[in-house]
Ligand binder design. Structure first.
Ligand SMILES: Nc1ncnc2c1ncn2[C@@H]1O[C@H](COP(=O)(O)OP(=O)(O)OP(=O)(O)O)[C@@H](O)[C@H]1O
Length: 628
């Protein structure tokens, strides 16, 4: 369909015709024309918010991103091969999390499939995220369903994420830069997105309702414990305090109410909706077989329920996250030679002003290490982190170096201080420095060489004094050789290089695991792992490194009962593609399982899923004594 055909079709719809598109598209086009007064003949570039605004949006969505991450990564792995990218947007339509193939970064950024892009209907016209926010429903906006001609190559599928009080809080979207003609090709995508959202809402509900009874529901007993369709929370008086979107649907349907009005559901007694009171519901625990946990809803439907008792109320002492109470250097890792070596280097380097370059794969803790360096350095200024990959190219110079009043269109009337100046007397952490555009590299070099910053549009440089720590998951030396990174800047940044190993090579893995279990548990009550879950965790290869482990435990911690993580609570892919653990990990796991079986080799072999001979062989290999 050509440009003029597209505009003509929108105009016909505006005049009241039905051109055969889905009602959801027609309604959205009409909103664009009548409510937002958008002109279909004016193509608009994708809107990408500034780094500062993006940071604010991400901060507000931080808890959700944290809980959602494991689900998002799992979904991304399922669809990445078909070239989908994944976006999580907040309720304003700003993309706060993005997963996509970095080799398409430029094209994706241009198409607005990127961190910070704004996909609300008033800004972008009909689009999946915007229409999803407007309707509250999962949907696909396919190619020419888009209002704006700039977006018609895309096919986007989105589903809303509701908080436990029934308010739309975010949107999960998967998008394709190019797709088959038929819209039905995206039905599977809609199904995948919706089921991921269901899991995210469930994890969110579990994480936020530690003191209420949680009830999960499924239409079939087989799926009850593994993939429930709906969940609600109930307080000790039997009143409903929270629900997933599926839960809201179930409650509303049973009484002919509107799920869009959560206020008519929350606070009501469970007896309004179920043929059972709160005590009967609370007895539907795992102690009974799933098929014995039948429950009738007021409209006559029969469901299966799973009750999870509230966790003990803790006194309201502020939660002290254990890692913070350990001195900075101690937080780096366990007492193994590799980490001790790193500690020695940091002790020497941190107090000086020498630029430090941290290398390591994604998620290995580069920013975490940079913060430790800042803490140990004793510098009185702030730690300012800049993700060079997340700032749109045209904004990077003004964000870093600031600008004077009227430096460019859209600039603030007062001008603005750049991040370099914000780091005055402190540390400027330049993450993903390899993604810094060439022109900004030249300016940065001048700042470092001369200790002066020249704001955009300015003529008089200002003195600056800060420590620079940069990080990259790519080899800057290779980029220099390829001519994509300035050699002189490289030599300025890499006065000292620190390398962080991938998680699978860290001998202190069990130490890290314990710290993260403390972090995600309640104050003084770390999460625990069942023996088999520990084996699975130690046996997985963790391509996303500490971040992936951190997210998986946050997710499992939200799903588990009583603080004990079992294999079912872990993201599925951990147990599927498990690769052999490092020797240290395997040895620690064997000892842990043997100890918990009081040395009973047959029982330990059963729990580990290996035969006795193999277990004996492994025990010999690690010098573990045969129990007497
Ligand atoms: N030594 C550690 N102990 C406990 N948690 C850690 C440690 N190192 C990193 N983490 C946690 O792992 C996660 C990832 O760390 P960080 O963001 O520093 O990684 P990164 O290498 O900068 O990642 P990227 O390259 O993707 O920016 C964070 O949640 C951080 O708190």
């Amino acid at each position: 369909m050509g440009f003029s055909d597209h505009i003509e079709e929108i105009e016909r719809v505006g005049q009241g015709s039905n051109t055969g598109r889905d009602a959801i598209v027609i309604d959205s086009w009409r909103r664009c024309l009548d409510t937002y007064q958008l002109d279909p003949s004016k193509a608009r570039e994708a809107v990408i918010v500034s780094e500062t605004r993006l940071r604010e949006h991400r901060q507000q969505a931080e808890d959700l991103i944290h809980i959602a991450r494991s689900g998002l990564e799992r979904l991304y792995r399922q669809v990445a091969e078909q070239n989908y990218v994944l976006l999580l947007s907040d309720r304003q339509g700003v993309t706060v999390e993005f997963l996509g193939d970095p080799s398409f970064n430029n094209n994706l950024r241009k198409a607005g499939l990127y961190l910070g892009s704004e996909w609300s209907e008033p800004r972008a016209g009909t689009c999946a995220v915007g229409a999803c926010i407007a309707t509250g429903e999962a949907l696909t906006i396919h190619q020419t369903d888009h209002f704006d001609i700039t977006h018609t190559p895309l096919s986007c599928t989105a589903a809303p994420i509701y908080d436990m009080h029934g308010a739309l809080t975010a949107v999960l979207d998967i998008s394709l830069l190019s797709s088959p003609i038929l819209k039905t090709s995206q039905n599977m995508a809609r199904h995948l997105v919706s089921s991921t959202v269901r899991r995210i809402e469930l994890a969110n509900l579990m994480a936020n309702s530690r003191h209420d009874l949680v009830l999960r529901f499924a239409g079939a007993p087989e799926f009850l414990d593994v993939d429930p369709e709906a969940a609600i929370t109930v307080d000790s008086a039997g009143c409903i305090t929270g629900m997933t979107h599926g839960g809201a649907h179930m409650l509303a349907t049973s009484r002919g109410l509107d799920w869009r009005k959560p206020e008519v559901l929350l606070g009501r007694s469970v007896t309004d909706f179920f043929d059972a009171d709160v005590d009967e519901l609370a007895s539907l625990t795992r102690a009974r077989l799933p098929q014995d946990r039948r429950i009738a809803v007021r409209d006559g439907t029969v469901l299966y329920a799973h009750a999870i008792e509230p966790q003990q109320r803790t006194t309201s002492v502020p939660v002290v996250r254990l890692p913070q109470s350990i001195p900075a250097m101690g937080r780096l890792g366990g007492g193994v030679p590799l980490i001790d070596g790193l500690r020695r280097k940091i002790t020497k380097l941190a107090p000086g002003k020498l630029p430090i370059l941290i290398q390591g794969q994604t998620g290995t803790g580069k920013e975490y290490l940079a913060r430790i360096i800042h803490e140990v350095s004793g510098l009185s200024g702030r730690f300012i982190a800049v993700n060079c990959a997340a700032i749109p190219e045209q904004l990077i110079e003004s964000e870093l170096f600031g600008y004077l009043p009227g430096a460019f269109t859209g600039a603030l009337a007062k001008g603005r201080k750049g991040l370099v100046e914000e780091a005055q007397g402190g540390t400027l952490f330049l993450d993903e420095i390899g993604d810094m555009p060439f022109s900004a590299q030249s300016r940065l070099l001048r700042v470092l060489a001369e200790g002066e910053v020249l704001p955009v549009g300015g003529a008089v440089p200002r003195k600056v004094n800060f420590r620079v720590v940069s990080a990259s998951h790519r080899s800057l030396a290779d980029m220099v050789a390829a001519g994509t990174f300035r050699e002189d800047l490289y030599y300025r940044l890499n006065a000292a290089i620190l390398s962080l190993p991938p998680l699978s090579e860290r001998d202190d893995f069990p130490w890290l695991l314990d710290r993260l279990l403390e972090k995600h548990g309640e104050a003084g009550r770390p999460l625990r792992l069942s023996d088999t879950a520990r084996m699975v965790v130690l046996g997985y290869h963790w391509p996303g490194n500490i971040r992936e482990l951190d997210n998986a435990l946050a997710f499992a911690g939200a799903l588990c009962e009583g603080g004990l993580i079992t294999v079912e609570d872990l993201p599925d892919h951990l147990s599927q593609g498990a690769r052999p653990a490092s020797d240290d990990g395997r040895e620690a796991a064997l000892r842990a399982v043997l100890a918990s079986c009081k040395g009973n080799v047959s029982e330990a072999a059963r729990r580990l899923g290996i035969d006795r001979t193999t277990l004996h062989r492994q025990m010999r290999r690690f010098g573990i004594d045969r129990p007497h």
